[in-house]
Design a protein around this ligand. Structure first.
Ligand code: PBG
Length: 331
């Protein structure tokens, strides 16, 4: 029982440091900066006006023109990077559009690089799912399974096409074993020694990718559970991270972000290269849907979500809010 006859000392008051905006600003441990945000964008072949994505209010499939205009706005707002995803007219079994120099993603890369290439880091998604008619991230073997090693050669060809288009960073998002080493070798052999590899080291299979499927008009049936990680596992994420760094990844990424902040923190604790996190389509859509219903304060929720991802240890954040957040941060 507490002995109330003994002096207990002063009340310790953590609230002292929360008393005003100025005081809270002084002691804040985490700050967001536009420079560490990356804006993912979709560019669709064969359209003459931007197309809305119903599951992602405020996000569109761009024309080449509107893409370049958005890239300019992002650079002007101080956003650190822009990540391009292509939506081709024609898809086939091996994703031929991915490494075609005239394929939509490679054409778009050149256009963006021409316009803003010295002011913002230009990144390309390196994966086949936007280009295959079956919607998987790799090519299929005769029995319908995703063929890891045959896919690696397709990634090397795609990576080279993107490097030739001038991409600064290649975002390897396919989760094939050995993809980082394979693409690095191909780049080095052609003299692209400065092309940076951002490896999706820990990419979990997730129901939250749904809106993205609409954004890239994916025809995927089933799921990606044989190549993306099982959300039940944490140790496996560190194994993937270690392998990607050993294979030469310059930046590693965890994705989705918010459901996996424990993994972001664990990766940040051990990684010897910068750690990025991707706030994916479904994370965006959840905030949008709740806001549209008046259930949460949109701006507050979106800025809080980014701050929390940063606090968990992500040095770089991919988010559909990058441009808006950059503007809010500078306001
Ligand atoms: C693969 C890729 C995907 C996303 C980024 N790269 C789709 C997937 O893995 O199913 C998802 C991004 C998002 O949902 O915002 N090309």
């Amino acid at each position: 029982m507490t002995d109330h006859s003994q002096p207990v000392g002063p009340v310790i008051r953590p609230r002292r440091l929360r008393q005003s905006v100025a005081m809270r600003r002084l002691v804040a441990e985490t700050r967001l900066d536009p420079a560490e945000l990356v804006l993912p964008v979709f560019v669709r072949e064969g359209i003459d006006a931007p197309q809305a994505i119903s599951a992602m209010p405020g996000v569109v499939q761009h024309t080449l023109e509107s893409l370049v205009a958005t890239a300019r706005e992002a650079a002007d707002a101080g956003v650190g990077g822009i990540m391009l995803f292509g939506v081709p007219v024609d898809k086939d079994a091996v994703g031929s559009g991915a490494d075609d120099p005239d394929g939509i993603l490679n054409v778009a890369l050149r256009a963006v690089l021409d316009a803003v290439g010295s002011r913002i880091v230009v990144m390309a998604d390196l994966c086949l799912d936007e280009f295959t008619d079956h919607g998987h991230c790799g090519v299929l073997s005769a029995d319908g399974r995703v063929d890891n090693d045959a896919t690696l050669d397709r990634y090397a060809a795609m990576g080279l096409a993107q490097a030739r288009a001038g991409a600064h960073v290649l975002g390897l998002s396919g989760m094939m074993d050995g993809q980082v080493a394979h693409v690095r070798d191909a780049l080095d052999a052609e003299g692209f020694t400065d092309t940076v590899i951002l490896a999706y080291a820990a990419k979990y299979t997730s129901g939250l990718y749904g809106p993205f499927r609409e954004a890239v008009q994916s025809s995927l049936e089933g799921d990606r559970a044989t190549y993306q990680q099982d959300p039940a596992n944490a140790t496996e994420a560190l194994r993937e991270l270690e392998l990607d760094i050993a294979e030469g990844a310059d930046i590693v990424m965890v994705k989705p972000a918010m459901p996996h902040l424990d993994i972001v923190a664990a990766a940040a604790a051990v990684s010897t290269v910068p750690v990025a996190a991707y706030q994916i389509s479904g994370e965006y859509s959840m905030i949008e849907a709740a806001s549209a219903n008046g259930w949460i304060d949109r701006e507050r929720a979106l800025m809080e979500s980014l701050l929390n991802i940063r606090r968990a240890g992500a040095q770089i954040i991919l988010t559909y809010y990058a441009l808006e957040a950059a503007r809010l941060l500078r306001a």
